[in-house]
Design a protein around this ligand. Structure first.
Ligand SMILES: Nc1nc2c(c(=O)[nH]1)N[C@H]1C(S)=C(S)[C@@H](COP(=O)(O)O)O[C@H]1N2
Ligand SMILES: [Mo]
Length: 376
């Protein structure tokens, strides 16, 4: 314990919770696949996409600059076009009704490495996604208490993290006030039943089910209600998609872009691992399927390159922005096998063979395939 306390203090952290958070970080870095260490960009290994809940120690981490210091008494300021500006800390949030929502968190750039032609940015393959049970309070309830004025059209959001040098823009984002008032938008302080870890936004973060991870502001410190669109690099330039699909590799003028919001239907095979060997007999293809826009309608698996498809079994509760586990079992003689998964959501969207290319490499959702060898 002494050593932990010493290390905690050495990092500028004073509480035993902070020492624990530090030891968790040490453990997480051993399991997650590190794309970059500083800032923390750690991917969940694909083998974990065979279950409904992603355990926090293996849940992907994406931070532009890395976390600020752990400050359990951090306050959140609600200001701008409100009748009563509010300053709330974690204890102050307890005055609102507590809710828990199980939802996928997926980075807009998940799958970027698989777009062709390749684009710059963190080269995520499948690991920038996870599903957790998020507990906190509705942002709508907090905003109702503040009293949103009639001319407020956007919320602008800031965390407590800061760029490494003043010339780098701060991570400021925002979205329309309707999404802020959606009852599924939460200020969360627990993840899978445990207090939020520092790397996931402690003491509290935003949860925006169905919308890409960049909206899920960690270390939430400021919410400003405003008439105008949010300002700054990460809204005006970053996290935008072409308004109309473009030719792969094409340049897109800023005026022809719009902010990325929801993510489309997708499935990923967690097992068997690509390149694995398995014993002859019963094989099971297991993975997760979800859509930011609707509940999953079905997942199909093909063993013949997409000529024929079998409907997989689905586990878990169905809902938009919520993943279900799919399973397809069959008996196999020794040989080479390749399985492809394809999901369809209840809005009628089907996962495409090829993803829609865009200059920032967002929202990759093409068919996922794995190959493995069955031996006697
Ligand atoms: N304050 C702050 N919030 C942030 C970020 C950040 O860099 N700073 N990154 C965002 C992005 S791009 C993603 S994908 C998610 C990742 O959340 P996680 O690290 O808990 O998985 O956090 C979001 N919230
Ligand atoms: Mo992200």
């Amino acid at each position: 314990m002494r050593r932990r306390e010493f290390l905690g203090l050495g990092l500028g952290l004073a509480t035993s919770a902070a020492a624990l958070a530090w030891s968790r970080l040490g453990r997480a870095a051993d399991v997650l696949w590190a794309h970059t260490m500083r800032p923390q960009n750690w991917a969940t290994p694909t083998e974990y996409f065979d279950r409904l809940i992603t355990p926090a120690p293996v849940f992907f981490v994406r931070s532009h600059f890395g976390p600020p210091s752990l400050k359990p008494d951090r306050t959140l300021r609600v200001s701008g076009l409100v009748d009563t500006p509010l300053t709330l800390d974690a204890a102050g949030l307890k005055a609102f009704e507590e809710v828990t929502i199980t939802s996928v968190l997926q980075c807009a750039g998940n799958g970027r490495a698989l777009h062709e032609p390749r684009v710059a940015g963190v080269q995520w393959e499948h690991g920038a996604m996870g599903q957790a049970a998020w507990t906190g309070v509705r942002l709508a309830d907090v905003l109702k208490k503040a009293g949103v004025q009639a001319d407020a059209r956007f919320v602008q959001l800031e965390g407590a993290d800061r760029p490494p040098k003043p010339t780098v823009p701060r991570y400021v984002r925002g979205f329309p006030v309707e999404r802020a008032l959606d009852p599924t938008t939460l200020i969360a302080y627990r993840m899978n039943g445990a207090p939020l870890a520092l790397e996931h936004g402690a003491p509290f973060r935003l949860v925006v089910p169905g919308w890409t991870g960049n909206h899920w502001i960690k270390w939430l410190a400021k919410i400003e209600l405003r008439k105008d669109e949010p300002e700054g690099f990460y809204y005006a330039t970053g996290y935008r998609l072409p308004k109309q699909p473009v030719q792969p590799g094409a340049a897109v003028a800023p005026a022809d872009t719009r902010p990325v919001t929801t993510y489309p239907v997708k499935s990923i095979i967690g097992r068997p691992a690509d390149g694995a060997s398995a014993k002859a007999g019963r094989q099971e293809v297991v993975g997760v399927a979800f859509s930011g826009e609707a509940a999953i309608a079905r997942v199909e698996v093909s063993l013949d390159g997409g000529k024929t498809w079998s409907e997989a079994k689905l586990d878990g509760e169905s809902g938009a922005a919520r993943w279900q586990v799919f399973r397809h079992a069959f008996d196999a003689a020794p040989g080479r096998y390749r399985a492809i998964a394809r999901a369809t959501d209840q809005a009628g969207q089907t996962q495409p063979e090829h993803a829609v290319w865009n200059p920032s490499g967002y929202l990759w959702n093409a068919w996922h395939a794995v190959s493995w060898t069955v031996i006697a």
